[in-house]
Design a protein around this ligand. Structure first.
Ligand code: NAP
Ligand code: G3P
Length: 485
């Protein structure tokens, strides 16, 4: 089914409904982070190719928007079926490409299929409304405003390495069901997985040009893409640094930004500590901490901090450290630069007096799960996003201090509060300056129809299936004036 995608491991882009090599012949080698295994090459496109690819996407959009939404939905549902059928093959490639545990990788493909089906269903339910003029003072009953929703045009989707299929599909599907055409710029580490996703849409019968892929390093083609005059919307997920850069140069283009996080889990003294410890560990160390919604700091009230730290430590020590194909919990990080950065934060915390409970061992890009207690505000680990398997415990005197420390972060993605007192839970939740607060749960994006958003340096705009469809469409107003009737 995916034979056209590559020839002898040379992968191609989807352009005008065909699989195309780069005309200039420049390519990027993609290797497995876990063992350096060569996985293939992807084209490194030039500006002239980007112009042609975006022009093709723009030209295809109008007829796609004219297609009845039930037909667009049918193609999305077929895409979902193709993904489910190919989940083992695609998941195996994803696992190799980003060093994600095999079952998690396969699960990501199925999750994306479910996402796309749900999007198709929601897209068919989008309706408009009509408004009479007489509602407003001094107006007569002689106008009716008919409001429908229309697509924005060409959506540029830029996805991150850590969910190269799900966080591409979560942009592409809502954009398509709303009648947009999409240009996907996948992460260089994860590009092959992104191309498999595009192949599933193609196989499902998406008309030529409606979905296009452009591969190449973001640092080289990113600025040209985000400032391109044919782009009508930018849906970006990635680091806060890159997101802010895009926001500075993109000009008059609506943006959706899902960026970094430093999600705090606030553990009050009346919390269920078994539950809290279990969810802290899965939340902090899942995919080796390479999740935007990972628990990235624990703010524990002093009276229970010792017991909580001991419980968390016992669970961290049981984490399986190894290779993606072994379904290890902790696998090698995406690259050496990422591993070096995590080590920097560990070294800084140690140098400033944090208490190392376990970890700080490294074999190449494989870092042992690391847990610190007595982390203080002067340490970088208290504020920076490691995107790796390291977790600081910060001790607090009370809930107010936890709220203040949480809100002092530049980030505002999610937060969590653990307590048995519903009044305390809602009080803390109401005071946290974040997109989402989990009460007695770990921060997470799923279920994918929930609204998902970050504030401050964690982003702008709201994803979550229905929200994404609305973000990538707009009202169209037609006013009927009844003259002299
Ligand atoms: P990243 O380095 O910002 O890259 C994200 C995407 O942007 C990649 O496709 C990248 O391409 C591209 N890119 C890089 N420079 C660009 C530029 N100047 N213009 C346009 N595009 C550019 O992030 P990442 O390392 O892939 O992902 C990790 C980060 O994303 C973390 O901070 C994490 O918190 C955040 N994240 C947030 C969410 C969320 O939902 N809030 C979800 C996942 C990840 P290349 O791969 O070619 O560099
Ligand atoms: O970092 C990716 C972000 O979308 C996390 O998704 O479902 O693992 O919380 P999830």
């Amino acid at each position: 089914m995916f034979e056209q995608l590559s020839q002898n491991s040379s992968y191609r882009n989807l352009y005008q409904g065909q699989w195309a090599d780069g005309v200039h012949g420049d390519t990027i080698s993609v290797k497995a982070p876990a063992d350096g295994k060569f996985l293939g090459t992807i084209p490194s496109l030039h500006k002239d190719e980007i112009d042609a690819y975006l022009r093709s996407a723009r030209d295809a959009q109008k007829s796609w928007a004219d297609m009845p939404v039930n037909e667009r939905a049918r193609i999305l549902r077929k895409t979902a079926d193709i993904l489910d059928a190919g989940a083992k093959e695609i998941g195996g490639i994803l696992s190799d490409e980003i060093s994600k545990g095999l079952s998690s990788a396969i699960g990501e493909v199925h999750r994306t299929a479910d996402f796309i089906r749900f999007t198709a269903d929601q897209g068919e339910l989008v309706e408009g409304r009509s408004i009479g003029s007489e509602n407003f003072p001094h107006f007569k009953k002689d106008k009716i405003s008919v409001v429908t929703r229309v697509p924005l045009g060409l959506v540029l989707a830029i996805s991150p390495f850590n969910y190269p299929i799900n966080l591409a599909g979560s942009k592409i599907a809502p954009a398509l069901i709303a009648g947009n055409s999409v240009v996907l710029k996948p992460p260089t580490s994860g590009a092959i997985s992104g191309l498999y996703l595009a192949a599933a849409f193609q196989e499902a019968g998406l008309p030529a040009g409606v979905l296009t892929t452009v591969t190449g390093r973001g640092s080289e083609i990113g600025d040209y893409l985000v400032t391109h005059p044919l782009v009508d919307f930018i849906n970006f997920t990635g680091s806060s640094a890159v997101g802010k850069h895009i926001a500075e140069i993109a000009g008059m283009v609506p943006l959706m930004m899902e960026l970094g996080g430093k999600d705090a889990a606030i553990i009050l003294e009346d919390a269920d500590l078994e539950l809290a410890a279990k969810l802290i560990v899965s939340g902090a160390y899942g995919y080796s901490g390479q999740r935007c919604t990972a628990v990235k700091r624990v703010l524990a009230e002093e009276p229970i901090a010792d017991e909580l730290a001991a419980n968390v430590l016992e669970r961290v020590k049981k984490l399986h450290v190894g290779q993606p194909k072994e379904n290890a919990d902790i696998t090698p990080l995406i690259n050496t630069h990422a591993a070096d950065y995590v080590q920097e934060l560990i070294d800084d915390a140690l140098q400033k007096g944090a208490k190392l409970l376990t970890g700080n061992k490294r074999n190449g890009n494989l870092l042992a799960p690391t847990l610190f207690d007595y982390v203080t505000a002067d340490m970088r680990l208290a504020w920076e996003e490691p995107f790796g398997p390291v977790l600081p415990i910060i001790r607090i005197r009370n809930a107010e201090e936890g709220i203040e420390l949480s809100n002092r972060s530049e980030y505002g993605l999610q937060g969590a509060v653990f307590t048995r007192d519903i009044n305390k839970a809602f009080y803390v939740a109401s005071r946290l300056d974040v997109g989402t607060v989990q009460i007695n749960g770990k921060p997470e994006r799923g279920p994918d129809h929930f609204p998902f958003l970050g504030v401050k340096s964690s982003g702008m705009g709201t994803q979550g299936i229905r929200y994404s469809i609305e973000a990538m469409s707009r009202p169209k107003v037609t006013v009927i004036n009844f003259q002299g009737i």
